[in-house]
Design a protein around this ligand. Structure first.
Ligand code: N01
Length: 509
């Protein structure tokens, strides 16, 4: 429960204070758009980096790239930073931005409805109701844990938690633990658990491809250079960026280009695992890249440990004391960790956003699949912007790059609204349709569609509605300027006087 009370009107309401919401707040402020609020249901900035505190949590994109271009951090200790360092970075950027006075923590947006007459969003929260000219979602695609639909899972008598809701109070030392899932989270958790638990069962439904993690500490000299010669750090960032972009043709056009990565992954298995049966179990039967490529030097050695079992038999049910697989075997455990991912293709926030005619975005997307224009705006939902919307995700590079691209687009949209006194804008239906038809055409033949796997990139209709299928610089170019000709616009805008926040000039000394 929060002691904040919300009422009145703001020009911009941002939902979520992760990388996306924070970038939006900083850039709105920079543009002089000071009448905004950021609602955050948690009690701190950071989003997914605040929530994912499981042992071993770290970024699998190098931090030089997985950070804001406008806030370089010379102090990264390693090439792939651990979660606490990333969270501290986000906190520091937030502190230094001077925008935190407009963040409202512990506030959940319950519902947002487009008011056609007043041309604004009516937003209800658990801390009061307010209206907003624009609604900007920075809620993220990896925020709502997906729990597995396994018979009896609620009956387990020991402790159970999702990877994104780690319970630090549970002492795992010497315990019998099971981890369900072998995705990006699980492969970071498993080696850490293997160090302390008595026995570990890892339940694998599909083997992931795991390449070596070329991680290292930055030397004192490198950090000195980052601090005093910012050009050097930019050079690192640029080199990492282009190195990552090299994956795109392998994923989208020429599968043979993925052969070196696949060979690296097979070498990673061969180095750590000698037992032929285990080797066969961990070797994927689909093309590398079809699911997210994982990086770890420690995962396979952990699986090869005597006190760790990789279970590939289908889980039949969970009992109060353990997990029963389809062959009837029950493995008893004390603690159950579910590392089964997130709601990605059915973004939960979409059910709380009601556009023209009162229809929720969730309903619209349930009918036709998740779709937006440039991953940011949606026909029927005027003045709504979504950061990390449909088809903005990446399998190979930094989401912060995509977030900054979208933030630039939204800033330009807002500047256009101000300049041309538009009250409302939404993408034209035909433009949005063409945009998505082109995206889906491009998906055909990519490793995500033709790679021979099922993944969270695909929705129930088998459409890839999560990933961007082109180079990230193409997305950057497409979002570099607001293309008002692609939009239906309404104007002129009526000026508001009942604002919730004040500009610095208006705040009494
Ligand atoms: O989730 P996932 P995650 N019974 O969906 C299995 C990002 N991330 O939390 O492959 C049994 O990838 C499922 O099996 P299958 C990153 O974008 C980033 O690990 O569907 N198993 C899979 O093995 C990543 O992609 C970092 O057959 C079930 C696993 O659970 C995203 O988060 C670090 C099951 C889910 O894997 C999600 O990763 C961590 C069931 N009923 C995460 N249901 C960085 O370093 C699901 N599974 C940046």
């Amino acid at each position: 429960m929060t002691d904040t009370t919300l009422s009145g009107h703001v020009d911009h309401l941002v939902v979520g204070a992760g990388f996306a919401g924070l970038a939006m707040a900083i850039k709105l402020d920079e543009d002089g758009e000071r009448d905004f609020l950021v609602l955050e249901k948690g009690h701190d900035v950071g989003g997914t980096w605040r929530d994912n505190t499981y042992p071993g949590a770290a970024c699998d994109v190098p931090s030089q790239l997985y950070s804001y271009s406008f806030a370089p951090n010379p102090e990264w200790s390693m090439s792939f930073s651990p979660q606490p360092e990333i969270q501290s970075y986000i906190q520091r950027v937030a502190q230094e931005s001077g925008t935190l006075d407009r963040f409202r923590f512990g506030v959940t947006m319950l519902d947002a409805r487009w008011d056609e007459r007043a041309q604004h969003w009516q937003v209800s929260t658990d801390a009061g109701d307010l209206t907003a000219t624009t609604l900007i979602s920075g809620a993220g695609g990896l925020s709502e844990p997906r729990l597995p639909d396994i018979e009896g899972i609620g009956s387990f008598a020991g402790q159970t938690f999702h990877s994104a809701r780690w319970d630090d109070d549970v002492d795992l030392t010497g315990k019998r633990v099971a981890v369900i899932g072998t995705g990006a989270s699980a492969i970071q958790i498993v080696p850490e658990l293997a160090k302390v638990v008595g026995h570990l069962d890892v339940y694998q439904r599909t083997a992931p491809w795991v390449i070596p993690r070329n991680d290292r500490h930055y030397t004192a000299l490198e950090r000195f250079a980052f601090r005093h010669l910012p050009g050097i750090q930019r050079l690192y960032r640029t080199a990492i960026y282009w190195g990552r972009e090299c994956y795109v043709p392998a994923f989208t056009k020429e599968p043979r280009l993925a052969a070196p990565a696949q060979a690296l992954a097979l070498g990673n298995i061969a180095r750590a695992i000698k037992d032929p049966e285990l080797k066969a179990k961990v070797t994927p039967d689909y093309r590398i890249g079809c699911k997210r490529i994982l990086i770890s030097n420690a995962y396979y050695p952990a699986l090869a440990s005597d006190h760790v079992d990789l279970v590939t038999d289908r889980i039949a049910r969970v009992t109060p004391t353990g997990i029963v697989t389809a062959d009837g075997t029950e493995r008893e455990i004390d603690v159950l960790v579910v590392a089964t991912g997130f709601h990605t293709t059915d973004q939960p926030i979409s059910h709380h956003i009601h556009g023209r005619g009162g229809r929720s975005l969730g309903e619209t997307w349930a009918r036709n699949g998740m779709a937006a224009y440039k991953g940011t705006t949606v026909h029927g939902y005027p003045n709504f912007f979504q950061i990390v919307g449909p088809n903005v995700g990446l399998g190979h590079s930094s989401m912060v790059f995509m977030i900054e691209s979208q933030v630039a687009y939204i800033r330009d949209a807002i500047a256009t609204m101000r300049r041309d006194r538009y009250a409302a804008l939404e993408p034209r239906a035909d433009v949005q349709e063409r945009y998505n038809a082109d995206l889906q055409d491009r998906m055909e033949g990519t490793v995500w569609s033709a790679g021979g796997c099922a993944s969270w990139y695909l929705d129930d209709h088998g459409r890839n509605t999560t990933l961007w299928p082109r180079a990230t610089f193409t997305f950057r170019r497409q979002t570099s300027a607001f293309d008002v000709q692609a939009y239906d616009v309404e104007g002129p805008r009526t000026d508001r006087t009942d604002r919730t926040t004040q500009t610095p000039e208006e705040i009494p000394a």
